[in-house]
Design a protein around this ligand. Structure first.
Ligand SMILES: [Zn+2]
Ligand SMILES: [Zn+2]
Ligand SMILES: [Zn+2]
Ligand SMILES: [Zn+2]
Length: 226
């Protein structure tokens, strides 16, 4: 990655340190305000497009690394080797002697920003963004519906519990009522029995009194005929 964005290369060559304001990709160097003006009117460079340093720094690292490879041989890339899938400068070409498919890189990169491939790439990215948005919405909807389902089941469990409670209460009431009825019935039976026993006791007592009085006051004959 280029490390000299901040320093104007032209001034640096003259041993002066000035901060650069713009970046020229053609020259692959930063330029201070003064050198920028010279660069803009000089015949050699007046067709170069420059970009402000702040904007240039925002480019992805990968793009900045591409700019740096220019510096390997201090030459511009002029050809592209399809066999090795790499751009070559005049000096690189020596190592591609056997390669037959060397193309003029300017032909290759001409209008690349307006090419179909670039457009399709942009469209693909748009589609991916759309897909991610859709997935995001779907998953959020799933979360909500999951929450709703959980709440519904929770309510059902509570309702079932209430129903069971009501049923058990009814069962208990019924059993207690039945128990009370049985008790009342048995109680009255026992009371009837007690009354009849009392009556019998009373009868026997009277009989005993009679016998005692007979024993005391009646004659043997009277007693015999009794
Ligand atoms: Zn300068
Ligand atoms: Zn330039
Ligand atoms: Zn080279
Ligand atoms: Zn090659």
């Amino acid at each position: 990655m280029a490390t000299n964005w901040n320093i104007c290369s032209v001034c640096d060559n003259l041993q002066i340190t000035k901060y650069s304001e713009v970046w020229c990709s053609e020259c692959d160097e930063g330029l201070c305000g003064e050198c920028k003006d010279h660069h803009a009117v000089s015949n050699a460079s007046n067709s170069h497009e420059t970009v402000s340093i702040t904007e240039y720094r925002k480019l992805p690292t990968k793009v900045l690394e591409i700019a740096q490879t220019y510096k390997l041989h201090n030459e511009k890339f002029e050809l592209f080797c399809r066999k090795h899938d790499s751009p070559c400068c005049k000096k690189c070409v020596e190592s591609h002697n056997d390669c037959k498919s060397l193309t003029d890189i300017n032909e290759l990169i001409k209008n690349v920003k307006t090419s179909n491939a670039f457009y399709e790439f942009e469209q693909t990215l748009l589609e991916v963004v759309e897909n991610i948005k859709r997935l995001n919405t779907n998953q959020k909807e799933n979360l909500t519906s999951l929450e709703n389902k959980k709440r519904k089941i929770e309510a059902e469990i509570k309702q079932t519990r209430t129903n069971i409670n009501i049923h058990l209460d009814k069962l208990q009431d019924g059993l207690l009522k039945e128990l009370m009825t049985v008790e009342e019935k048995e109680k009255s039976k026992i009371q009837n029995l007690l009354t009849s026993l009392q009556n019998k006791e009373k009868g026997i007592n009277e009989l005993q009194e009679n016998i005692a009085s007979i024993k005391q006051h009646a004659s043997e004959l009277q007693t015999f005929w009794l």
